[in-house]
Structures are given as structure tokens and as C-alpha cells.
Design a protein. Structure first.
Length: 169
């Protein structure tokens, strides 16, 4: 499995879903990653000035630190997977060189990725959790807000894909 160019999304999805069980038993928390960014930002901010009440409630929350480890594991796991499957590239994919930019705006891809990542994280915090937190953990707990948020994510993704396909972007 480790040397295949692409891992089975069904197998990986099942493994991620099953990780809910030890997450609840051992850590008494659901899987999710967006809170870890707030945790890290809170601690980095505390070096310079007093932390805001919003950041402070995440800094004091027990168990968030293992989510920081999950984020690090995601990055290292992606690198490991690419390295083992011999798909590790030093540069962006060729599709980024061919793509004219969203909505006709040409920009440096690294800055676009940074801005896009910030917007995704901002949306995750605004929604009270990230896609993994709502889609995997919240739905597994039958949380109404997570079911609605996950549905909204799918609808938004389908609408955006449709718009981009019509515009041939």
C-alpha cells in the first residue's frame, strides 16, 4: 500500500472514521483540526501581549495539544505518502502553470494558496469547526448543526464547481 501512487480513498476514509473510537476513548474529544491553529496562535500571541478572551478559552482547554500533533501528522503523513509513492515534487503541479486563475485573476499561486488557506480557516472558525470536525466527528455524533454544516459544505462545493465549469475556469 505504501508504494502505490495513490492510496484507496475508501480505505483511508474508513481508517479516519474508525479513529473516532480511540479519540473518544483516550482523548475524550472528537477529531478536528481548526482549534489547533487557534491554540498555536494564542500561544504565539502571548509572547507579545495579553491574549484576547477568544484565544484564551482555547489556550486553557485541555486536550487541544493532541490536535496540534494531528496537524503535524497530516503534514508529515502527506510528505511520507508522496515520498514512498515517488510522487514528491519540489514545485507545484503543472496544472497550476496551465490554470489562468480563478475568475480571470492572475496571481502568484503561493500567495493564492496562502490567502485561500486563511479564508478556509476563518470559515472553519466562523462555523464552529472544520470540515473534519463537522463532517466526520459531528455527523458521527448525529449533531444537527454538524449535519447542516456538512450539507452546506457539499452544496457550496457543488455550486462553485458548477459556476467554474460554466465559466470554463
Amino acid at each position: 500500500m505504501f508504494r502505490k501512487p495513490y492510496w484507496s480513498p475508501y480505505l483511508c476514509g474508513a481508517i479516519i472514521g474508525l479513529l473516532q473510537i480511540p479519540a473518544f476513548i483516550i482523548g475524550d474529544q472528537a477529531l478536528g483540526t481548526s482549534s489547533s491553529y487557534v491554540y498555536v496562535v494564542g500561544h504565539l500571541t502571548s509572547f507579545f501581549h495579553q491574549v484576547t478572551p477568544y484565544l484564551n478559552k482555547y489556550m486553557m482547554k485541555p486536550g487541544i495539544t493532541w490536535q496540534v500533533g494531528i496537524v503535524a501528522g497530516i503534514v508529515l503523513g502527506a510528505w511520507f505518502s508522496a515520498k514512498m509513492s515517488k510522487k514528491l515534487h519540489k514545485d507545484f503541479s503543472d496544472i497550476y502553470k496551465l490554470h489562468p486563475g480563478f475568475f480571470g485573476i492572475k496571481s502568484n499561486r503561493k500567495y493564492s494558496a496562502l490567502i485561500g488557506g486563511f479564508l478556509i480557516l476563518f470559515g472553519a472558525r466562523l462555523a464552529g469547526g472544520c470540515t473534519s470536525g463537522h463532517g466526520i466527528s459531528g455527523v458521527a455524533q448525529l449533531s444537527v448543526s454538524s449535519i447542516l454544516a456538512t450539507g452546506a459544505m457539499f452544496v457550496g462545493g457543488i455550486l462553485l464547481a458548477t459556476v467554474l465549469k460554466i465559466r470554463k475556469v
